[in-house]
Ligand binder design. Sequence first.
Ligand code: SP5
Ligand code: ZN
Length: 344
Amino acid sequence: MKVYYSDVEQPYHPRRSFFCGRFTAYPDVPGRTRSILAALEGHPAAFQPERPAPVEPALLERVHGRGYLEALAAVCARLKPDEEFFPFHQQRLPLLLESPYPRLRAGYYAVDGSMPLLAQSYAVASAVAATAVAGAQALRAGTGLAYALPRPPGHHAGRQSYGGYCLINHAALAAELLTDAGKVAILDVDYHHGNGTQDIFWERDDVLYASLHCRPEEAYPYIAGTAEEAGGGRGAGCNLNVPLGGGTDWAAYAPALETALEAVARFDPATVVVSLGFDTLATDPIGTFALVPADFAEMARRIAALGKPLLIVQEGGYDVPALGACALSFFGGLGVLPPSEDTA
Ligand code: SP5
Ligand code: ZN
């Protein structure tokens, strides 16, 4: 299996997050991708890491507004090397867009104030989108399975909004490119609801978004993810949210996964994009679910049973030392590891 990654992201390390009135250490650290890649490198016959070439910046406009991309690029270009800019003043006031100050324009697009922008934020987030583009191209070329490992992650980034450590929605970009060859289902198993992905495809009937996540009453992004949100316009019925409560273990997770997988099977897509988060792990410092690494193997076996070409796109997961084992478990469940090396 091809593993698309980018070392452009390794030096990218915001120090602080701001949440509920206090600063905390930023959870999306460079060690996340290193933990996963190191585990996969132990199985060179199964995983072939590859650094894809950069993509045309205009490609990002298939999932994000040009004004949004330009505003982010402009504010990042003006930040000092070690500056972390928090859009504290963020409010969706159209007047902000008239401002000559790039910080105010960028603040308009923020959906939470917990994530800082750094001078490199836009360049890194857009560069690592190449991993998802390469994955989509591999599926278009007939590959049945590929893995994109972007950092920062993407599923909280909407067409014109950023937050939750996400600026560019990599899974959405891959799904959008794959719609050129038929319907696409996005199965989002990150602990958090992918409000950005839901936003991007809300009115689309050629993309199903199905998400299992902690319910918005108790978890980020708080503003989306209820079961009532089913899509709008032509897309009505093409959005499925399965909110779960804190403490969810595999016994409670498995039937919810079946519900989502049945919806995907009924939709009968040409390809499936999986937004994969390991923040459902019991030991995750942010999540409140109770999955164990072996559960990711069973999750993967059930996803594989769809019998569809799969592009796996990494989202969250913050128990850094555990991420490698989670990835080996998941890909073992997909049948990537020979039985003798199967860790699950
Ligand atoms: C991609 C992704 O997983 N983004 C997650 C964004 C979550 N941001 C809010 C974090 C709230 C932290 N709450 C700390 C609770 C500690 N038990
Ligand atoms: Zn998450």
